[in-house]
Write a protein that binds this ligand. Structure first.
Ligand code: NAD
Length: 326
């Protein structure tokens, strides 16, 4: 089986090359999968894609014309694939349902610790011989209330780490897990009573902009908001207004709703055209990382291992980890 591997980075080659064997080959393309690049799938039986590849209806049509039978995602999230179009085209979509939920949860905690104790600012100040503590004041995490929206694999690990800091957890989930040991509340109650809010649900129609003008207005003044899940869970323009009014006291994001043209690329020397992103980046109480929460050695190994198994299972006619339109 021949697989076209899109959005290749050097670290992908490192983790995936050793997985090639007689049953399939990988051809690495640096291009993102888009309507413009989908023609590269000609002559391949499958495509392997990451989070900012776009397998929309138009792309799927081209993949189907090229006889592609498999889309194997190197991610858990699948909001970048038109599952209805894939089903109609007879293309199987498989994913990596879990790789290292610890990696993502720990990154959310890293954002909280940095934003709170301002270690990123302190680093730069000390480098510039500025040893004054002005503007570095933080707060104790102990006894603070942390609201966790989405208590799946990542949300649960995140909540348990925060419990270790002595935080009280308020959880909200469309499908609460009553064995998780958290206090589940309605979303409004979580918004009203949390000092820190972290979003860990998937991007779905009913979670698009779950953080918006209205939900932000219900939060505590000076709330710290964290999103390491998917950019479009947070309305970026509403977040900017929340920051300007001081409603949001700190914002930590690893994902951004229009990140596809920015993240994973070295754009040094380019002019950033996205004014919303530029405004977000301008706040000193905003910490942005470029979709790196998953980026640990353990996670990359696990993504490569599961993808290899997914391809083998598909070749054997018993596909695993299928994602289907609901
Ligand atoms: P999961 O499926 O284990 O958990 C998701 C949870 O969200 C579930 O408990 C589900 O019931 C809940 N949920 C669904 N709809 C909801 C709604 N409307 N309101 C509230 N909760 C709802 O997924 P996970 O492995 O914990 O991953 C969560 C998300 O993290 C993924 O969907 C992905 O978008 C994101 N992610 C980001 C990175 C990164 O590098 N930044 C890496 C991996 C995953």
């Amino acid at each position: 089986m021949k697989i076209a591997f899109f959005s290749t980075k050097p670290y992908d080659r490192e983790f995936f090359t050793s997985h090639e064997n007689n049953s399939y080959t990988l051809t690495f393309f640096e291009e993102k999968l888009t309507a413009k690049t989908a023609h590269l799938s000609k002559g391949f039986d499958g495509v392997c894609v990451f989070v900012n590849d776009n397998a929309n209806e138009e792309v799927i049509k081209i993949l189907a014309e090229n006889n592609v039978k498999l889309i194997t995602l190197r991610s858990a999230g699948f909001n970048h694939v038109d599952l209805d179009a894939a089903k109609k085209a007879g293309i199987t979509v498989v994913r990596v349902p879990a790789y290292s939920p610890y990696a993502v949860a720990e990154h959310a905690v890293a954002l909280i610790l940095s934003l709170n104790r301002k270690t990123h600012h302190a680093y730069n100040k000390v480098k510039a011989n500025n040893f004054a503590l002005n503007n570095l004041l933080g707060f104790d995490l102990n006894n603070k209330t942390v609201g966790v929206i989405g208590t799946g694999k990542i949300g649960k690990i995140f909540a348990n780490i925060m419990k270790g800091f002595g935080c009280r957890i308020l959880a909200y989930d469309a499908y609460p897990d009553n064995n998780a040991g958290f206090t589940y509340v309605e979303l409004d109650e979580l918004l009203k009573n949390s000092d820190i809010i972290s979003v860990h649900c998937p991007l779905l129609d009913d979670t698009y902009h779950i953080i918006n003008d209205e939900t932000i207005s219900k939060m505590r003044d000076g709330v710290m908001l964290i999103n390491v899940s998917r950019g479009a869970l947070v309305d970026a323009k509403a977040a900017i207004e929340g920051l300007k009014s001081h409603k949001i006291g700190a914002l930590g994001i690893d994902v951004y709703e229009d990140e596809a043209n920015l993240f994973f690329e070295d754009l040094s020397g380019h002019i950033i055209q996205d004014d919303v992103f530029a405004r977000l980046r301008s706040f000193s109480n905003v910490l942005i990382t470029a979709h790196q929460a998953f980026f640990t050695r353990e996670a990359l190994q696990s993504i490569a291992d599961t993808t290899k198994n997914n391809i083998h299972a598909f070749i054997k006619g018993n596909p695993e980890n299928i994602v289907e339109a609901s």
